[in-house]
Design a binder for this molecule. Sequence first.
Ligand code: TPP
Ligand code: MG
Length: 616
Amino acid sequence: MSQKTVRLTMAQAVARFLTRQMTVIDGEKLPIFGGVFAIFGHGNVAGVGEALYGIKDTLPTYRAQNEQGMANAAIAFAKASFRRRFMACTTSIGPGALNMVTSAALAHVNRLPVLFLPGDVFANRRPDPVLQQIEDFGDGTMTVNDCFRPVSRYFDRITRPEQIIPALRRAMQVLTDPADCGPVTLALCQDVQAEAYDYPENFFDEKVWTSRRLHPDADELAHAITALKAAQKPMIIAGGGVLYSEASQTLAAFAERHGIPVVETQAGKSSLPHRHPLNMGSVGVTGTSASNQLAEAADVVLAVGSRLQDFTTGSWALFKNDDLKIIGLNVQAFDAAKHEGLPLVSDARVGLEALSAGLGSHKADDAWTKKATDGKAEWLKAAEKAMATTNAALPSDAQVIGAVQRARTENTTLVCAAGGLPGELHKLWQADQPGSYHMEYGFSTMGYEVAGGLGVKLAKPGSDVIVMVGDGSYMMLNSEIASSIMLGAKITVVLLDNAGYGCINRLQMATGGANFNNLLRDTHHVTLPAIDFAAHAAAMGAVTRKVASIAELEIALKETAGEDRTTVIVIDTDPLITTDEGGHWWDVAVPEVSERSKVNEARKGYEKALAAQRIG
Ligand SMILES: Cc1ncc(C[n+]2csc(CCOP(=O)(O)OP(=O)(O)O)c2C)c(N)n1
Ligand SMILES: [Mg+2]
């Protein structure tokens, strides 16, 4: 057999292969990789660096400031693209590679595709120990990149140039698989990156990837239809899978036709427009009163594209109906069968269509649907009150959210991840378009916000990206502000400075703890830091404002809307106030013995709450 070949280094083969992977979105053929984020060091500059230079006009390389930041931006790109497109990230060996491990876990938890290409030690081991090689005393094959194994859906180490052929094929299969997709790590040994091989030319043929839609199994479908027909009080949980399946319209039609109210998880928020009469809003620990009262009573819960994490299930104490049945409509069997769920392994859109066909004209009891719409009307009043403007010197997070909400356009995408804001936003943010609410709450990684905002902007250049972030998260990772300015990718950052880790301080108080080591004033210090966040962001080139009230915030949001540069607006907020209405208990273990009476009291309350938890 005489296969045509082309002589390339392994790194050149990787680069060329990436440029040949395509997809089709709304009838338009696009490269499936939106670009490569890169921070070079000795472990990748000569091999991968030279190869990326060769393709820079086809697949752009972006220089970031921090490997975790760039990886978060890449992951946000994939999330904002509903997993239809993704990015690659390359680093040197050692610290550069390890800086991406947290992001790998973030992508793993959130089931988001991203290709990591960390450099690795010399496969030939001749210069060992190379700079930044850790040297395991008992295992000659161990390198820092082994840390990626538990947080990658597919991990491989490339120690010969031809290994990249099956590895890249497998990488693409994982990245594009709706059930298995997540981070792929190909650790590229430094010497092998530079080694040449005669690659078959057809390895670089253009390949167009389409999104696979799994159809349900006939028996699983029949069981789910029977359960739904028998339901007196059915409810739908909309998870991230609804968005990734682009099933919003189908879900709306399903809810309307069968009179079933919908509640949304953090990842699933914006599945239905907030105005939709059957959208009850957020559910669980940070749920609306409307959603949670339905969840308490529900007998059949159709969980669509949800991992059912503890914030959704109120640590499994939310659902109080003894006859509760969960139908797990999910592409991933692992999720579909959780908590004795009736599995319905399927793409969300296809699954909902099949269920609807099977249900025919079956409709939930009118009284149940009315309970839902009444509950929503009541909730909306409470939400409006929480978000109303104020003259208070230190407004609440909810009041800031109100101002941002009033300034938003139909093009706004809201980005957030950690702190007190996710809970308040989950309850209060009024999302319209699918994907206009971008919350990383699978891993809730502090520092995701700014970098994530950049990734969203790269994925949706026409979108007005608003990042809401706490002072703590900002301090952890903010340097991709500089990248956003370099790339002309404007984001608006609203920074809420409550001088510390407000939400953890509140959690500490709720579990009987003393105020300790969360708010800056409760820390061991010689001087209390008074951080000038506006000056800090301005030093990176951002347009900045420090505002003293909600009224000033509204003006600043208006004034800076036309700026073409990343803008940071800072406002001081109260660390103690949150929206009381709605919400649910969350299982955070309280010490069983303590010398502090407050802890003992909290423990009593904790044990009582545990009694409501469903086991298994
Ligand atoms: C990387 C990381 N470290 C620690 C935590 C735990 N944690 C969650 S929220 C939080 C405090 C966030 O502070 P800030 O951003 O100021 O928001 P606030 O709670 O004040 O609203 C901490 C420490 C986390 N989620 N991520
Ligand atoms: Mg804070």
